[in-house]
Design a protein around this ligand. Structure first.
Ligand SMILES: [Cu+2]
Length: 118
């Protein structure tokens, strides 16, 4: 299992070193301008520099205790835009962890940390 994990990490590192411009890198996300409001469902808009294969991509909400919940995602209005549906959250610290496939089939994995204010 550990070897497999190591191989995955190496593969991921190689993928990220790949110079193709089509790699999906997050260029903007709505949390920067619009924080999530407490105790009501909300949406996060993520913008990538390339088209994203929504069916192959996964977005998780990470909450206290390293709890992962898969979030519903959909296409945004613009190309490379992803709409993430966030359930009602209590105030606190969270993260959005995403594994996104670009149109060229390469995987990008990253984490965005955010807080929900009282
Ligand atoms: Cu690529």
């Amino acid at each position: 299992m550990k070897t497999l994990l190591k191989l995955c990490l190496i593969a991921l590192a190689l993928m990220q070193a790949h110079p193709a411009a089509a790699h999906a890198v997050v260029t903007d996300y709505s949390l920067k301008m619009q924080p999530i409001r407490a105790n009501q469902p909300d949406k996060v808009v993520m913008t990538f520099n390339s088209q994203v294969e929504i069916g192959l991509s996964q977005v998780f909400l990470v909450s206290k205790g390293d709890k992962h919940d898969m979030l519903k995602i959909g296409a945004g209005e613009k190309q490379g835009q992803l709409i993430v549906e966030v359930p009602a959250l209590a105030p606190g610290d969270y993260a959005i962890k995403f594994k996104v496939f670009a149109a060229d089939g390469h995987l990008t994995e990253d984490v965005i940390h955010f807080s929900v204010a009282q």
